[in-house]
Design a protein around this ligand. Structure first.
Ligand code: FES
Length: 82
């Protein structure tokens, strides 16, 4: 089953961290050979800018995602780490 990662590309989230978060996710996918398992895409502003940068993995929305929490979130989903 593929995992869908949706990155908010709205101007607020993008400027506040999702530009670099996108790069980090792409690098994570490449490093862990997850290309076949992940569907990566962008979404428009969901109106939750004040809680951004926002990233959704399947149906779970993560808020205030920064470089530190992003790796933890990805590890949790793809390596089963807590
Ligand atoms: S820009 Fe991401 S929720 Fe508005």
């Amino acid at each position: 089953m593929t995992t869908k990662i949706s990155i908010c590309m709205g101007s607020s989230c993008f400027a506040r961290g999702n530009a670099i978060n996108l790069k980090t996710i792409e690098e994570y996918i490449a490093k862990n050979n997850l290309e076949a398992e992940i569907e990566l895409g962008g979404i428009r502003c969901g109106g939750q800018c004040s809680e951004g940068p926002n990233i959704a993995i399947n149906d779970v929305i993560y808020h205030e995602v920064d470089q530190g929490s992003l790796i933890d979130i990805l590890d949790k989903h793809f390596k089963g780490e807590k």
